[in-house]
Design a protein around this ligand. Structure first.
Ligand SMILES: NC(=O)c1ccc[n+]([C@@H]2O[C@H](COP(=O)([O-])OP(=O)(O)OC[C@H]3O[C@@H](n4cnc5c(N)ncnc54)[C@H](OP(=O)(O)O)[C@@H]3O)[C@@H](O)[C@H]2O)c1
Length: 413
């Protein structure tokens, strides 16, 4: 689609197109963060509020966080909001607890820094190396707030298992003996618990097992917190020994920087997450980009033209608008030529890829995907192989063209 034509049509009603796009980008901070808000009513309300307040710094959470049960196209879902747990309340609730965070990857770092800034008693349990050094740079002090995994397990009453999913399996024999009666085991993914036949992660019966899974990267968990906003998270209880597991999940979810908390189960969280990242979030999108690019190139289009029409226009222009307003709005706002084509062609694309999604779901649900992750991640050559695969993508013509196009953006000059 011709970008200029599209933009002038679709932005005609905004007095300042640049301001509009800037604001839309702020709203669509992270596709995963917003993917859960599939109801256009909820999404529009939240976006209208963001736009009204003109950016994150002025965001007032309580102004739109009043609903407990939201209607998602006829399905009612419980949504917890952070105003239920003001800082003083959770600081008091966890005053006798030590939160031990195992792992300082994106989630360990984002959640750990937020919980520490929110005044909870947080320590880290890490092996020496990359994460340990990173933690020291962030002000965690060896012997005071930074310990070996073993030491942190001894000290913690609430154990955040934020190791990589493969390491959660590997270290389980070391972790399990420290999960004594009444402790809480916290995850940010249903992976280890749901695929217990493969991971062998089976918690003792006399502890609480909960999940807070931020719907976005750990970096976003931190940046949204610093902006005074909050990421959307899923919460779940797998095991409620104390009778307080749900309260703990909600309170900890707020303390680590969540805004809204959506109730789910460990199984639903991990199934949807694994499908999503293999599908529309990353796997399918690269497949679609590549297929379209290859066809355009084979038909004589230049790399820049094929890239612009495939990736640049979608990520820079259309996707943020779809995220902000929905597909119906998008179709209504484009030229009649684009509109007719999109309406006619989404069906064949849907029919072509649906069987692939069905196959993917089965592969997730029966554990094939998990076994592959565990097997690949435990190979000593994993990093080496990964770098090779990523280099192949990076050096492909599609993404090489992307580098040149991106370098022309004003912010990269
Ligand atoms: N990343 C996301 O977007 C995201 C979103 C939601 C939920 N989650 C979930 O959050 C959890 C943590 O994910 P993440 O992405 O933050 O971390 P990650 O990158 O998967 O894990 C990194 C951490 O695990 C440690 N680790 C790995 N192998 C180890 C071993 N053998 N012994 C000791 N430590 C080891 C690393 O330490 P070293 O630095 O020393 O190697 C590092 O601190 C996972 O369950 C993940 O599924 C992730």
């Amino acid at each position: 689609m011709n970008s200029t034509r599209f933009l002038s049509r679709s932005l005609g009603r905004y007095s300042n197109a640049a301001t509009f796009l800037k604001q839309q980008r702020k709203v669509i901070v992270n596709a995963r963060a917003f993917s859960i808000l599939s109801s256009s009513t909820v999404q529009k309300a939240a976006i209208a509020k963001f736009n009204f307040l003109n950016g994150p710094k002025h965001y007032q959470p309580n102004q739109i966080r009043t609903l407990k049960t939201l209607d998602f196209s006829g399905t009612k879902e419980n949504v917890y909001e952070r105003s239920d747990w003001p800082k003083e309340k959770y600081q008091n609730y966890f005053k006798d607890d030590t939160i031990s965070i195992l792992g300082y990857g994106p989630q360990g770092r984002g959640q750990g820094l937020n919980a520490r800034d929110n005044g909870l008693n947080v320590i880290l349990g890490l092996r020496e190396g990359r994460s340990w050094n990173e933690a020291m740079k962030d002000g965690w002090i060896p012997g005071k707030s930074l310990f070996s995994i073993e030491e942190a397990l001894k000290k913690g009453t609430i154990i955040f298992n934020l190791l990589s999913d493969a390491a959660q399996k590997q270290l389980w024999p070391q972790i399990k003996p420290h999960l004594t009666k009444g402790k809480t085991l916290y995850f940010s993914h249903g992976f280890s618990i749901v695929y217990k036949d493969d991971t062998l992660v089976i918690p003792p019966k006399d502890i609480d097992v909960i999940m807070v899974a931020p719907k976005g990267s750990g970096k976003t968990v931190r940046t949204l917190f610093l902006d005074g906003r909050g990421i959307n998270s899923s919460i779940a209880v797998f095991q409620d020994f104390t009778g307080k597991a749900k309260d703990k999940a909600v309170a900890l979810g707020v303390a680590i920087g969540s805004g809204y908390l959506y109730e789910t189960t460990f199984e639903r969280e991990v199934f949807s997450d694994l499908v999503g990242e293999r599908g529309v979030l990353m796997g399918a999108i690269q497949g679609l980009f590549l297929a379209q690019y290859e066809v355009l190139r084979a038909r004589g289009h230049t790399p820049s033209e094929a890239f612009n029409e495939t990736v640049e226009e979608s990520t820079q222009s259309l996707y943020p608008l779809i995220g902000a307003n929905g597909m119906d709005w998008m179709y209504a706002a484009c030229s009649t030529t684009a509109q007719r084509g999109a309406l006619d062609w989404y069906k064949p694309f849907h029919d072509a890829v649906k069987p692939v999604f069905e196959k993917l779901y089965v592969s997730v649900a029966n554990g094939t995907e998990t076994r592959r992750v565990l097997e690949k991640n435990s190979l000593p050559t994993y990093r080496e192989e990964l770098e090779k695969e990523l280099k192949e993508i990076s050096e492909s013509e599609l993404w090489s063209a992307g580098k040149v196009v991106r370098s022309l953006r004003p912010e990269n000059k």
